[in-house]
Design a binder for this molecule. Structure first.
Ligand SMILES: *Cc1c(COP(=O)(O)O)cnc(C)c1O
Length: 396
């Protein structure tokens, strides 16, 4: 792998130079008055990226996985039931975490490549007249399969069933790159990390709580110490932390939010849609298919691409790394060896993406897959030229 090349893995993502600099700070006493000018703007910035007026944003020295743990341990009690669909590696691992915490998970098995079946959720929630189910877990963007689920539909299912369960959304590979509506979807806990849409190094686990989730904290019986948001809230009220914060990363998060908001969230989302459309055009030109079953499910942050039967997709990832110094994502779990993944979230331009597609073509040609060099790149170029023309027109 070469440090000159961009990465095309779905996290950690490429870091803009300005964010690398923002994280690179001299030691700062987090008990001094300087710290509050990093802490509060970082929390405010995240809240605005989430499109929320009042969510309580908690930022742990951790990763997205820690955010999962913060969500469940702060709101639930041993033996509580939660509802989740299992349709990829990330939903699978979150379910596993719940089980290891002594929760009962009502699992809706869903084919990998499909999204959350909101209609099935509605049936289950409607049948749950005693409100045994305390929370609904939804992985917005299944990074393993490149599937975006419809969170608005999950919320509609909960409302149609008149069910009071909390709604937890894993937005680790969507927040900051694809439309995400904390208030609009009435989310109770949203989770992400620093190293995906926020374009930072790994090291922060972010969990935003609604007022309803904050109320559940008082009765939750699961054990928690490090992730106890009551300690964190006390710290924030005094401009500090219950332990040593990752100050440089928090400063990076403050600047990353400013960057996203300055570009404009809708512009950021449109950029990811455009880049992803180019990738999908390339995949079609190669005569290949996505793991995601239907266009409505296509993720704008990661594409999982099926390789021909009998071909080990992991060879693409290892060859790209050793021969060309470029990182792509391997298949995980059930789809290991069957797909490779192109990550296109975070800090990425059309031109960077073209270099990734050109690399994939060289790799596939080297490995004797039936690929015509330039076919996918040309298809993506057509997409990017057209959108560049409309962008130029808009600017006139
Ligand atoms: C990356 C990812 C995670 C795990 O986050 P870590 O920061 O690696 O702990 C969880 N969920 C999704 C959807 C992800 O893409």
């Amino acid at each position: 792998m070469s440090l000159q090349n961009p990465v095309f893995i779905p996290g950690p993502t490429n870091m803009p130079e300005s964010l690398r600099r923002a994280c690179d700070m001299p030691t700062l006493d987090h008990r001094s008055s300087l710290f509050k000018d990093i802490l509060h703007p970082a929390r405010d910035g995240v809240r605005r990226v989430l499109k929320s007026a009042n969510a309580e944003v908690f930022i742990f020295p951790s990763t997205g996985t820690g955010g999962w743990e913060a969500a469940i341990t702060n709101t639930l009690s041993p033996g509580d039931t939660v509802l989740a669909s299992r349709n990829g590696m990330f939903s699978l691992k979150w379910i596993d975490m719940c089980q290891r915490h002594g929760l009962t998970v009502e699992i809706v098995e869903t084919p990998w490549g499909e999204g959350i079946p909101a209609d099935r959720f509605e049936e289950i929630l409607t049948a749950d007249t005693t409100h045994r189910i305390k929370a609904v877990l939804a992985t917005h963007n299944e990074t393993a399969t490149g599937v975006r689920s419809d969170i608005a539909a999950v919320r509609r299912a909960m409302d149609a069933a008149r069910h009071p369960a909390l709604l937890f959304v894993d937005g680790v590979s969507s927040i900051g790159s694809m439309p995400f509506e904390f208030d609009g979807w009435k989310i109770d806990v949203a989770i992400t990390g620093s190293q995906k849409g926020f374009m930072l190094p790994a090291g922060l686990g972010i969990a935003a709580f609604s007022a309803k989730a904050m109320a559940a904290v008082e009765t939750a019986g699961l054990a928690r110490t490090y992730f106890d948001i009551r300690d964190m809230a006390k710290g924030y009220a005094a401009n500090g932390y219950p332990y040593t914060p990752a100050v440089g990363l928090l400063n990076g998060l403050k600047v990353a939010s400013e960057m996203l908001l300055a570009e404009g969230l809708e512009t950021v989302f449109a950029r990811h849609t455009r880049i992803a459309t180019g990738v999908r055009a390339a995949v079609a030109a190669w005569g290949m298919e996505l793991c995601a079953a239907r266009p409505a499910l296509y993720s704008d942050t990661v594409s999982a691409i099926r390789t021909p039967e009998g071909f080990d997709a992991a060879r693409i990832v290892s060859h790209a790394s050793t021969r060309y110094g470029v990182a792509f994502g391997a298949g995980l779990g059930q789809v290991a060896g069957k797909v490779f993944r192109i990550g296109h979230l975070g800090s990425l331009t059309d031109v960077m993406m073209l270099s990734g597609l050109a690399t994939v073509e060289m790799v596939m040609a080297d490995l004797d897959l039936p690929i015509r060099l330039g076919s996918g790149v040309a298809a993506a170029q057509d997409v990017y030229r057209q959108s560049a023309a409309s962008l130029a027109l808009a600017a006139e």
